[in-house]
Design a binder for this molecule. Structure first.
Ligand code: IPE
Ligand code: IPE
Ligand code: MG
Ligand code: MG
Ligand code: MG
Length: 315
């Protein structure tokens, strides 16, 4: 990375007053929590263990970054809040399910998630596999019942399905597991991060916009802004996660720290080093924020989220 780029990446970003910012974030997080509680099934009688485990994996934890991104993009485009709540709940179900699977013994074999024992530890491995499956099913059910015109509903369903398949989350996770104990080129590492984590982040943004805007020529510029922002912020988010794995404690993270090195996983930190990884996150934050310029004030929440994501990794 050249010096001018690095200097630009170090320039402080001025943020609007923290009170308004916190109120907006809290409102979205509270809304998604309520919607998840409503959309996750409950059973009055019979064997409730699977349903309990779905709730255990999903409710009361996590930063809710994907709902925040979905709402921020939706707000920028004028999407209705009730639809954004439903779409955000579906995104969190998918994300929570991907974490349950990511923690399985056959994958990262982790015992701590969001400050609690992982689902396969608290329940058992078979239940954890089924929780991932049923959260996926429930996410699509939630989207199919979302308060959107039929055409918009189909668009968000298609977007989510594409993001989690072989060219998105699942494909990225496959590359991740194939490369344990190996070194990766930066190019391949970037591709892996953009798939395993970036794909759902980009989909969160696009699904917020798809609640209201058809993806046709009239709105092409909005989607290209979101694509540029989403690429930068999706990559920054997983590089940040790689950084936090080496810089924070398990207590601070709510998940096992130092896991990547212990499992000999190729990450940005193992490939580029800590300082260069941090510089890259700052650069990506600037790239994301620069992309938002044409949105003006409508991009305000997206800008705040970019700062938050970059700040997570900076400490
Ligand atoms: C963790 O995601 C896994 C990655 C994709 C990096 P988050 O950092 O969003 O996890 P929660 O939802 O806050 O627990
Ligand atoms: C997970 O990446 C990405 C997912 C798609 C779930 P990591 O394996 O680095 O996530 P953590 O560190 O366990 O949360
Ligand atoms: Mg993993
Ligand atoms: Mg993991
Ligand atoms: Mg990680």
């Amino acid at each position: 990375m050249d010096c001018a780029m690095d200097r630009a990446a170090r320039t402080p970003i001025r943020e609007p007053p923290a009170v308004e910012e916190d109120a907006w974030f809290k409102n979205v997080v509270d809304g998604v929590e309520r919607t998840l509680d409503t959309c996750l099934p409950v059973a009055e009688t019979g064997d409730t263990r699977l349903l309990e485990a779905m709730r255990y994996a999903t409710l009361g934890g996590g930063k809710r970054i994907r709902p925040l991104l979905c709402h921020a993009a939706g707000v920028a485009c004028g999407a209705p809040k009730d639809a954004l709540d439903a779409v955000s709940a579906a995104l969190e179900m998918i994300h929570a399910g991907s974490l349950v699977h990511d923690d399985l013994p056959a994958m990262d074999n982790d015992i701590l998630r969001r400050g609690k024992p992982t689902v396969h530890v608290k329940y058992d491995e078979a239940t954890a596999i089924l929780v991932g499956d049923t959260l996926q099913a429930q996410a699509f059910l939630t989207l199919s019942e979302s308060p959107l015109p039929a055409e918009r509903r189909t668009a968000v369903i298609r977007e989510l399905a594409a993001a989690i398949g072989p060219f998105g989350v699942a494909g990225g996770q496959f590359i991740d597991l194939q490369n344990v104990g190996r070194s990766m080129t930066l190019e391949r590492l970037e591709q892996m991060h953009l798939m395993k984590t970036g794909a759902l982040i980009r989909a969160s943004l696009r699904m917020g916009a798809l609640c209201i805007l058809p993806e046709d020529e009239d709105d092409a510029s909005t989607y290209s802004i979101l694509a540029e922002y989403g690429h930068a912020i999706g990559l920054a988010f997983q590089i940040g996660d790689d950084i936090l794995d080496v810089t924070r404690s398990s207590a601070a993270l709510g998940k096992t720290a130092g896991k990547d090195a212990a499992r000999n996983k190729p990450t940005y930190v193992s490939t580029l080093g800590l300082d260069a990884s941090r510089t890259l996150v700052r650069h990506l934050r600037h790239r994301a924020i620069a992309a938002l310029r044409p949105l003006g004030i409508n991009g305000c929440q997206l800008r705040l989220i970019a700062c938050r994501i970059a700040n997570l990794a900076a400490a």
